[in-house]
Every structure is written in structure tokens, then in C-alpha cells.
Design a protein around this ligand. Structure first.
Ligand code: AVJ
Length: 307
């Protein structure tokens, strides 16, 4: 049994069935996510880009010259381009992603746009330690860039582990530049995950289609519905796929019974308070040195160093 199948079977064997959000991102899923970022209701991308554009000079000063910028994710976003456009003396730009095709394609685009930049893509699962490439210029320090509030996908303990891996990766004198969504009016959050065009529903449901096509599963996709609720107490959106009938699903060699109305958890999207994240960073051995937000305090970008 492949590791992926093993992981899928394990998640579906829990009392609360779950599938990791990493299974959203096949080619269609990545495209649907792009579409989500363009939705008027999905405030996250606009707010983060606004912060980057407004404060990029200050970020560039903190990052300094001859740093190596290590991005967790493929680096195809506009935010990355804003940052790279203002870091004129980088030792290297290192995008890290698990999907090689996507990574190499976007690395090539970055090379075309920034011909003087040393681009060293690394195919790796960034939740585990990986070897950094050795650029021609020895970096003064490593800065890990983790935009898009992707940390929010992880529950507290996992997020802590990931932050430790990140600053371990950054090493001595290193830093983290991280984009995090903030707690706010629950209606605004609810709308961002229940958009009027139904793109988020398609994105969520696409996961099952992807598992059927590429992992030999047999979900009756039409018999599932998208659900996204904001749990204010936990400060997180819970994305689920709810079966609309009783069905038996096969993944690998394992059969799963799904009751009518039973849900599969597909994603958490944690929303932070500035104090809450400062505490979390502290508990992970980090110190928040600088926080930028947009005027409405929808989103934050935070620069953290080793405490
Ligand atoms: C990229 C993981 C931060 O949680 O908002 C968007 C993914 N899920 N709509 C998020 C997502 C549903 C997104 N992250």
C-alpha cells in the first residue's frame, strides 16, 4: 500500500472521518483555489497583498541584504513578486513545494521576471526538515516566507512543530515572515468560505473527484455537499463534505460505511488574534519582532526571530 493510501485509510478510519487538505491541490484544485483568491468574498488575498505593497520596504530592511529567502509553497503568487521586486540583493530565492511540476513551472516564471536572481527550487514536504541548496553567494541569513495563512491549516501542536521546523531550517540568525488571517466579524469569515458563486463548494468537492481519479477511490461525489462553519470559540473555519445518503466507499482495499448526514473533515482554517499568535510564537521559541496589518485588521504579516 502506498503511503498516501495508508494515510487516507487511516484518516477515514477515525470516528471523525478526515482527509488532509493537501489532497485539494491537484491541477483542477489548484486552479479552483486561484479562482477563490479572486472572489470578492475571499478577503484574505487582497488584504495580504495590500499589506505587502504598503510595507514591503520595511520588510526588505528587516530581511537585509544577501539573505536567502525560503518560501514554503511554490511561490506563484503576486505577494511573492512584490517581495522579490524589493529585495534587490538576495543571495538566493528557494521555493519549496511537494508538487514538482507546479514548482518548476513557477520557478521558471520567476527566473524570467527576475533574471539576476538565483532561484533554487526544492521539491520537499516542508512539514519535515529538508536540505537547503548551497547558492553561489553564501547567505548572511535565511528567512522563511510562509504566506497565505497556510499555517492556519494546522492544529495547535502541529503548527508548533511546523514553526520549529521552519526556524530550524532558517538556522542561527534566521527569521520567519508569515502571513496569518485574523479573527473578526464571523459573518465576514463565513461569507469567505460560502461564496455566492459556489467556487469554494466546488473546490471542496473536487477533493473526492481527485481521490476517485488518482487514488482508486469510489466516492459518489454528487451525493456529497460542501459545509463550512466558523467555530468562534475555537477561532477556526471547519470545512466538511457531508454525505447525503448512506454509502459504502472503497479506498485501497478498505471499505468505509458512511451514514446519511455523516461528514468528512477536509480542512481547518485557523484565525488568530495578535496576542494569541504572539503567545504561540513564544511557546515555539520565537519572538514576534514586527506585525503589519491592513487598515481594517483583517489580516496580518508577522516577522519573527528566534527568542
Ligand atoms: C490557503 C489554506 C489558507 O484556509 O483560507 C480557501 C484554503 N480553503 N477556501 C484558507 C481555502 C477554502 C486557504 N488556505
Amino acid at each position: 500500500m502506498s503511503n498516501a493510501i495508508k494515510e487516507l485509510v487511516e484518516g477515514l478510519s477515525q470516528p471523525q472521518k478526515m482527509i488532509s487538505p493537501k489532497y485539494f491541490y491537484d491541477e483542477i484544485g489548484s486552479q479552483l483555489f486561484e479562482e477563490i483568491t479572486e472572489l470578492p468574498e475571499y478577503y484574505l488575498t487582497d488584504a495580504e497583498l495590500d499589506i505587502m505593497r504598503t510595507h514591503v520596504d520595511e520588510m526588505a530592511t528587516l530581511i537585509g541584504k544577501q539573505a536567502s529567502l525560503i518560501e514554503y509553497g511554490s511561490g506563484s503568487s503576486l505577494k511573492t513578486r512584490v517581495l522579490l521586486g524589493h529585495l534587490d540583493e538576495l543571495a538566493a530565492y528557494v521555493p519549496v513545494d511537494i508538487s514538482a511540476d507546479h514548482l518548476y513551472a513557477s520557478a521558471q516564471k520567476i527566473r524570467n521576471e527576475f533574471p539576476a536572481l538565483a532561484v533554487h527550487p526544492v521539491v520537499a514536504d516542508f512539514t519535515r526538515a529538508f536540505a537547503l541548496p548551497t547558492p553561489a553567494t553564501m547567505p548572511v541569513k535565511n528567512v522563511v516566507y510562509f504566506p497565505g495563512s497556510t499555517l492556519g491549516n494546522f492544529e495547535y501542536a502541529e503548527a508548533m512543530d511546523l514553526m520549529r521546523v521552519m526556524y530550524g531550517e532558517a538556522g542561527d540568525g534566521g527569521a520567519l515572515l508569515i502571513g496569518l488571517d485574523l479573527q473578526k466579524d464571523p459573518d465576514i469569515i463565513h461569507r469567505a468560505y460560502n461564496d455566492s458563486k459556489g467556487v469554494t463548494a466546488k473546490f471542496n468537492l473536487n477533493m473526492l473527484r481527485h481521490l476517485n481519479t488518482n487514488y482508486g477511490a469510489n466516492f459518489d461525489v454528487d451525493a456529497f455537499e460542501h459545509r463550512a462553519e466558523y467555530d468562534e470559540e475555537m477561532g477556526r473555519v471547519v470545512l466538511e463534505l457531508v454525505s447525503q445518503k448512506e454509502q459504502t466507499v472503497v479506498v485501497g482495499d478498505t471499505e468505509f460505511e458512511m451514514a446519511d448526514g455523516e461528514a468528512i473533515l477536509t480542512e481547518y482554517s485557523h484565525k488568530y488574534t495578535l496576542e494569541g499568535f504572539a503567545r504561540m510564537a513564544h511557546d515555539a521559541g520565537l519572538e514576534v519582532e514586527k506585525v503589519w496589518t491592513d487598515p481594517e485588521q483583517l489580516f496580518s504579516v508577522q516577522y519573527c526571530t528566534r527568542a
